[in-house]
Each structure stands twice: as structure tokens, then as C-alpha cells.
Design a protein. Structure first.
Length: 316
């Protein structure tokens, strides 16, 4: 059952003009829809989760990497790519699912072969030890374009699989932290910063703003499915969608929404206090979860997975 609260109107200043968009409150009526807590070998916060050729991998505090196998979740790496225990904040896989890329604190960047267990340390490109928040990898194993979002407002990129000497960087906006990045093609994707801006690239090198001015919330997650299909999650329970010309927004409540993932059939967004919302193609609806832990990332796959604080993993 959906909340009968009337739809509110909110005006957002979009690039190229002002768009008035519907703010749709999520339902407060909840059902668990099969989400369950599963056992993991860690109590460390898990910050991201990705689908790979061997099902799923999650990354988190202390440089931990977990793998979901036939017998549940197990630890496959600890200490990060350098072994110094730097926290890992973001992960992504190559198009064939054979390489897991992850990034984190103190310049940590790793390329992990999910089939052989081989780990390549790609940390500190150009001797930079900035904190890295997210990563996108497009292309096949060993031949990927890699994009890394940094705390300093820079995006670091390599078109030669992160090899030493192949990295460049660009500052899309004002220097505010780039919190999330996602690509739907080899050189086409989107990024969001903590100054409430969304940026687009079509060549992997230069970035242009596509919104959102005066959104009045911080942005935390981005799902780039096409140039005319971009989703952004943020503070104050806000989710935004871009159709190539106009942004629309949905108000799910007050939780800070750390991640969002949507495809043609629906999607999920989630955040603090175990809050999780499901999209049915028209509206976002609150879903009851068996945890109060802060949730950090969601994966729409088979099974769906959400990860968060204290080693929490939910499956659906």
C-alpha cells in the first residue's frame, strides 16, 4: 500500500533552465519482500558490492575483500592492495566480470583476478595518495579504461588498464569531493560531487555539468545507464532522475541515501538505519529490512545484495 500523502512540488534549477518536478513520497507501509541477513566472516563496515564472474564481491574497512561462493561469504583478501590495511570504499568489475577493481584510503587501487586470485597493486598513480571513493572499469580483463573518484575533486583515469605512467587527472567542478562515478560505455559516464553537482563525459577526459543546481542536498550515489537515463541518490531521502533534458526528484523520507541502482525493471536505493526503498518503475516504496545497520551499497543481481556497517550483508 502506498502512502496517501499528497504529492508535493519542488523547484530545482537545472542546467539550461528551471524545471518544476514532482516530489513523490515513498510509502511508509513496509514488507520484508524476502530480504534476509546472511552470515559474513567480518564485523568491519562493507562499503561496496559488485557482481563478478564468480558471483559477488564486497569490499570494506581494513582492506577486506569478501567473495560470495556456493557455501556463503568468505574472506579472500585482507589489508588492501598494499597490505597496509587501508579502507576500501568503492569497487567495480570489467565488462567480462573477470577483474574486480577497488579503491580506498591513502591512494589504494587494486586489480584483482576473481578467477585466479592474483592481485595487482595499482596504488598511488603519479605518486598521489589522495583518498579514493569510487571506481568505474569499462572494457575486458587486462584491457580496461579505469576511472577513479577522489577526495580532492579530481577524477583519475587510465585508458591502459591502470599501468604505471598511463594515469591522468581532471577536476570537473570546483574541487569538491567526487563521491561516486559510473560509466555505461567505455568513455561515457557520470559523476557526482559533494557540492551538489552532476557531471557527464563522452570522451573519458573532459566533463561538463548536467545539473543539479540548488538541489540543497549532498549527493552520494550515481547510476549511469545512458546519457538520458541517470539516477542520483542523496541526503534528505532524495532520489533524482535525468532523462537527457530534465531532472525529476522523489522524496523517500529523511534517510541519507548512500547508493542507488536502477534498470528497466526497477531498482533499489538505501541508507542509514537499515532504510531500503524499492522502485517499481513508477514509485519508490519503503521495504522493511531485518537490520538497523547503516547500509552503504546495493547490487541488483541474482541474488540482490545490500552491504553496510558491522559486516552486514542482506540478500534478496
Amino acid at each position: 500500500m502506498f502512502d496517501s500523502t499528497p504529492t508535493r512540488r519542488k523547484t530545482l534549477k537545472a542546467i539550461g533552465g528551471t524545471a518544476t518536478v514532482a516530489v513523490v513520497p515513498a510509502s511508509v507501509q513496509a514488507s520484508n519482500e524476502g530480504w534476509t541477513v546472511v552470515e559474513t566472516p567480518t564485523a568491519s563496515t562493507l562499503h561496496d558490492v559488485s557482481a563478478t564472474a564468480t558471483v559477488h564481491h564486497a569490499v570494506g574497512e581494513g582492506g577486506i575483500v569478501l567473495e560470495r561462493g556456493n557455501e556463503g561469504w568468505r574472506k579472500v583478501l585482507d589489508g588492501g592492495p598494499t597490505g597496509n590495511g587501508s579502507d576500501l570504499y568503492g569497487s567495480a568489475t570489467t565488462d567480462d566480470g573477470k577483474r574486480l577493481w577497488f579503491v580506498g584510503a591513502s591512494g589504494a587501487i587494486g586489480e584483482y583476478d576473481v578467477e585466479t586470485g592474483n592481485l595487482e597493486d595499482r596504488s598511488a598513480p603519479n605518486d598521489n595518495t589522495n583518498n579514493y571513493n569510487d571506481v568505474a572499469a569499462k572494457g575486458s580483463a587486462g584491457d580496461a579504461n579505469v576511472y577513479v573518484a577522489g577526495d580532492s575533486g579530481k577524477i583519475y583515469y587510465s585508458f591502459e588498464n591502470g599501468e604505471t605512467g598511463t594515469w591522468n587527472d581532471v577536476t570537473p567542478g570546483s574541487g569538491a569531493t567526487i563521491r561516486a562515478i559510473d560509466f555505461h560505455d567505455v568513455r561515457t559516464g557520470h559523476a557526482v560531487d559533494m557540492n551538489g553537482r552532476v557531471f557527464e563525459t563522452t570522451d573519458g577526459e573532459t566533463w561538463e555539468p548536467v545539473g543539479l543546481q540548488d538541489a540543497n542536498v549532498d549527493f552520494y550515489g550515481v547510476d549511469s545507464d545512458a546519457r538520458d537515463d541517470v539516477w542520483v541518490s542523496g541526503g534528505g531521502g532524495m532520489v533524482f532522475h535525468y532523462d537527457g533534458s530534465q531532472w525529476t526528484s522523489s522524496d523517500t523520507g529523511d534517510a541519507t541515501l548512500q547508493d542507488v541502482e536502477v534498470d528497466g525493471d526497477g531498482g533499489f536505493t538505501l541508507g542509514g538505519g537499515g532504510k531500503l526503498y524499492e522502485y517499481d518503475g513508477e514509485r519508490w516504496t519503503a521495504v522493511d529490512t531485518p537490520t538497523g545497520a547503516n547500509l552503504k551499497a546495493v547490487l541488483r543481481a541474482d541474488p540482490d545484495v545490500a552491504v553496510g556497517a558491522d559486516g552486514t550483508v542482506l540478500e534478496h
